[in-house]
Design a protein around this ligand. Structure first.
Ligand SMILES: Cc1cc2nc3c(=O)[nH]c(=O)nc-3n(C[C@H](O)[C@H](O)[C@H](O)COP(=O)(O)OP(=O)(O)OC[C@H]3O[C@@H](n4cnc5c(N)ncnc54)[C@H](O)[C@@H]3O)c2cc1C
Length: 445
């Protein structure tokens, strides 16, 4: 354990990474741009709720933290659709009752910071790195201070200072892409008696409206955190909603069942920021044996698969596995980490972009519902042979890259079976074609 580790960013991934590396015996120092969020509320209007799935839980298990986090999480075994015609329907996510878990980003982050400190990590707040010299591993902070790191791990999010520094290196490929939609947090507060105003409480609520959508995730205090996703500009857009009356009319037209549950709608709408959504890619994710990127710093993705944090936590788990395999040999660990994780970071970014169309648009279609039903039947009838891409991503450790590669094969399978009955004798032939298409893929554990 002769390397001293510096982590940039005490977000979700940086804090979890600090716990894991401390448990492995490393000295860990963390520099965080923001003030300590446990001492002051810095998340007004950005109280994002996230869905945690098995990949996230597996990393918490690795760190021995499941029990410390469980009370923050509410199980969501399915999505509850609020259709434009006023009807509602519950769609289970898994074939066997599997769930994803609603958890507040802020509360989880605070808890992880406390756990990191309890393990002996030093977190320094109000330390914004404005520049990194990758060759000397020097961090330049706002205000003029500098620190030289022995081994630097950049967990500093989508606009990572370390990532920016990598983009200036020779033969580094990097890209970023904003989508035309933004998001805004809104709130369904608890009822006066402290209970929930909306049922079911154990579900991810979606109001899919094609060009835009709203989702709501439950919180332990009886509230739901809502997120509106909508284009920045255009006839139905954030730009088109300029007055409280326009907002109220829009909600009365498109979300009439939610409107009475949102007493602070217009205040929240104008007080809370409209934030943008970005996908980033970079190659490679490391520099020599000196530094590497992890979490959103390596792969910022749009939130429509609920996988950004899960993917970042999986990075931490895989890094830890590589340390099991190679010990303190970071000159081997860092390139191997980048080689294994980079295709998966890119793949989950693509899956997330694809899932936006599914969430806002297709979930309301009869064909989509039929496909989900048939996929569940196939999963139950042919365990080990068929699993839908959604279930691979959300309920397994199959590499994201494999899940993405299965998308096309599953689209083709659906094309060949969509007009057939489940007991159609041709099914076996179609499944054999599917088997052939995916036979060389790595499905992991
Ligand atoms: C609307 C929305 C919904 C989402 N829903 C889900 C979901 O359902 N499931 C899911 O898994 N993921 C979800 N995500 C994604 C998830 O929030 C991110 O993937 C996750 O927060 C990434 O963690 P991170 O630690 O890598 O980055 P961050 O959480 O961004 O943390 C980075 C940290 O670094 C600090 N920092 C930044 N720059 C510097 C600097 N220059 N110097 C020092 N410190 C710095 C920041 O202050 C921050 O504390 C969602 C995201 C959004 C926007």
């Amino acid at each position: 354990m002769n390397r001293k580790i510096t982590i940039l960013g005490a977000g979700l991934v940086g804090s979890l990474l600090a716990v894991v590396l401390r448990k492995r015996g490393y000295a860990v120092t963390v520099y965080e741009r923001r003030p300590d969020m446990r001492a002051q509320n810095i998340s007004a209007g950005r109280s994002i709720n996230m869905a945690m799935s098995v990949r996230g839980w597996a990393a918490l298990d690795l760190a021995g933290l499941r029990k410390d986090i469980e009370d923050l999480a509410i199980s969501m075994p399915g999505r509850y659709l609020h259709q434009a015609d006023g009807s509602t329907v519950f769609q289970p996510y898994g074939s066997n009752g599997e769930a994803i878990y609603s958890i507040s980003r802020g509360e989880l982050n605070k808890r992880l910071m406390t756990l990191a400190e309890a393990e002996g990590a030093q977190i320094h707040f109000n330390k914004r790195s404005v520049k990194v010299d990758v060759h000397t591993n020097t961090l330049f902070f706002e205000g003029g201070e500098t620190q030289t790191a022995d081994l630097l791990l950049g967990a500093d999010g989508a606009f990572s200072a370390l990532r920016t520094a990598y983009t200036h290196l020779d033969r580094v490929n990097a890209s970023q892409m904003y989508i035309e939609q933004g998001y805004k947090e809104l709130l369904i507060p608890p009822a006066e008696d402290g209970g929930f105003r909306m049922q079911p409480t154990e579900a991810l609520h979606i109001w899919p409206r094609r060009q835009f959508m709203m989702i709501a995730l439950p919180n332990p205090d009886g509230s739901f955190t809502c997120t509106m996703f909508m284009p920045f500009e255009g006839p139905e857009s954030f730009a088109a909603l300029q007055t409280p009356a326009e907002v109220e009319a829009f909600f009365r037209k498109h979300f009439p069942d939610a409107l009475p549950l949102m007493p602070t709608l217009t205040e929240d709408f104008f007080a809370n920021p409209t934030s943008s959504l970005i996908t980033t890619r970079i190659d490679p994710w490391y520099f020599e044996d000196k530094s590497a990127l992890i979490g959103d710093a390596a792969h910022a993705i749009v939130p429509f698969y609920g996988q950004g944090m899960n993917a970042g936590f999986e990075d931490v788990r895989i890094l830890s596995e590589l340390l099991d395999a190679h010990g303190d040999d970071w000159a081997t660990v860092l390139p191997e980490y980048s080689r294994r994780r980079k295709p998966n970071g890119d793949a989950v970014g693509s899956l997330a972009l694809q899932n936006f169309v599914e969430m806002r648009d297709k979930v309301a279609d009869a064909d989509f519902l039929n496909r989900k039903k048939r996929e569940k039947e196939l999963t139950l009838t042919y365990p080990g042979r068929f699993k839908s891409v959604y279930e691979m991503v959300s309920f397994s450790h199959t590499p994201y890259d494999t899940a993405l590669k299965c998308t096309e094969a599953q689209d083709r399978l659906w094309e060949s079976i969509r007009h057939t009955a489940p007991e159609d004798p041709q099914l076996e032939t179609h499944l054999a074609t599917y088997d052939e298409a995916v036979k060389d893929l790595d499905f992991g554990l």
